[in-house]
Design a protein around this ligand. Structure first.
Ligand code: ARG
Length: 466
């Protein structure tokens, strides 16, 4: 029975009479990307071993050998001296094999009551839990940059757009705080997703649980989980939590992409609303005059990548029967790529916004044309008891009249306005000015300065900036 067979260099080699083909080793290996989970794999193994010792499956000496062995492996990995082996497939077997080599038979007991199926689910959850906390901080930084600009430019006016046409004047600060709100929802989404990440799958074993006398709750507790999953078959093949997290990344990237699109437009000569610092732009190899907004363009471009990762995961999962299937190994790369891309984009956006100035004069000027206070004139008529639909028509005719005279609404004389509607009086000019328009919009959530000032303060407070 002690006869060694050809497959025996593998931890699972007992059943095999032939060595694995090297093409198969190459095709199945995940160590070149899942090595980044080492810290979580080791933490999970330590907690698992401690529980096994409490349950009498390991003795105290075995436990301390395992803990010491795992700690020294962790140090080797961190110092770059650990040799990852492709033929050991993944992070779990690389670490376990190194442990057995280091401490002997005690190391071989570690995998009792555990499978790589629940182990990888655990590692990924621990990793993503950390990412939830890291992303929350990264979003905070980007929000701080938005709020800093909102504070700095409080009172400055710009055109607000619908359909990319000048629509109504708004405060620059109001515009920046719109992004603050989007990022706020991103943080809420992450906090919600974290709740489902923070339930331990360990102890589900391969798929059906284990007959060994384990205590799942103890391990979960010591790893900081809020509880344990309820169904072993569900948890060995569940990746909903990964999809949810990548969805959070996709939403973040989408928001970053929208702000990027605006920065690209605003930094064009046609708009010239913002000046992005030289150190955040790049030049052209052929056109000497160019200063290109490559950072926002790349962020916008990378949104395709993150949304693509989300689609990969959906497609990966949609046809999988219960429980673990090797397909699941394909979850890691999209998850890691989404994490890397969205976190790098958040960080650089926070920095870029801190290196940018608005051209407030130019933005104010852009509100002077385009009949941007037409809605205010209609609202004025409503206050004079004209039904809104009639008011809309009256102002429409006033705009046509201005177009024929090549002037703006506020250039019209009172008599001209009165010909359009007799209810118009001298006070109409208060609403025809852009300041008057902005300041009148004090409905909750509106762009009136008093509302925006309140919103800036609230945001600063939430971000601990006061
Ligand atoms: N490396 C695998 C993954 O990432 C985990 C191992 C499970 N493999 C197995 N043959 N049961 O999903």
């Amino acid at each position: 029975m002690t006869k060694q067979n050809k497959g025996s260099e593998k931890l699972w080699g007992g059943r095999f009479e032939e060595a694995t083909a090297s093409s198969v080793e190459e095709f199945t290996a995940s160590i070149h990307y899942d090595s980044r989970l080492y810290k979580y794999d080791i933490a999970g193994s330590k907690a698992h071993a401690a529980m096994l010792a409490e349950q009498g499956i390991l003795n105290n000496e075995e436990l301390s050998d395992i803990i010491a062995g795992l700690s020294s492996i962790e140090k080797e990995i961190e110092s770059g001296t650990f040799e990852f082996k492709r033929e050991l497939e993944d992070i779990h077997m690389n670490i376990e094999k190194a442990l057995v080599d280091k401490i002997g038979p005690a190391g071989a007991k570690l995998h009792s009551a555990r499978s790589r199926n629940d182990q990888i689910a655990l590692d990924l959850k621990l990793y993503l839990r950390d990412q939830c906390d890291r992303f929350t901080e990264l979003i905070d930084d980007t929000q701080r940059s938005c709020v800093t600009l909102a504070r700095q430019y409080l009172g400055n006016i710009m055109p607000g757009y619908t359909h990319m046409q000048r629509a109504q004047p708004v405060l620059i600060s109001h515009h920046m705080l719109a992004y603050f709100e989007m990022f706020q929802r991103d943080k809420e989404r992450i906090a919600d997703c974290r709740k489902r990440i923070n339930i331990s799958p360990l102890g589900s074993a391969a798929l059906a649980g284990t007959g060994l006398p384990i205590k799942r709750e103890t391990v979960a507790d010591s790893l900081g989980f809020d509880g344990v999953t309820a169904n072993s078959m569900d948890s060995s093949g569940d990746r909903d939590f990964a999809i949810e997290f990548v969805n959070c990344c996709a939403m973040i990237q989408l928001h970053l992409s929208r702000i990027s699109e605006e920065l690209v437009l605003w930094s064009s000569q046609e708009f010239s609303f913002v000046n992005i610092a030289d150190k955040f732009c790049t030049g052209s190899s052929i056109m000497p005059q160019k200063k290109n907004p490559d950072i926002p363009e790349l962020i916008r471009g990378k949104s395709g990548r993150v949304i693509g990762s989300l689609m990969s995961l959906f497609t990966l999962m949609k046809g999988l029967p219960l429980t673990y299937n090797r397909d699941l190994q394909e979850d890691k790369e999209p998850v890691f790529d989404a994490v890397d891309t969205a976190s790098a984009s958040l960080a650089i956006m926070a920095e870029l916004l801190g290196n940018m100035q608005f051209d407030t004069e130019r933005m104010r000027e852009a509100t002077q044309t385009g009949f941007i206070t037409a809605t205010d004139l209609a609202d004025y008529l409503v206050l004079k008891d004209v039904p809104f639909r009639d008011a809309h028509g009256i102002v429409g005719r006033a705009v046509v009249y201005c177009l024929s005279k090549e002037c703006e609404l506020e250039d019209l004389k009172l008599e001209e306005l009165q010909q359009i509607s007799p209810v118009i009086e001298e006070d109409v000019y208060d609403v025809l000015s852009v300041e008057g328009s902005v300041n009148s919009r004090v409905s909750t959530g509106g762009t009136g300065i008093s509302r925006v000032e309140e919103a800036v303060r609230k945001a600063e407070n939430q971000l601990g900036m006061l």
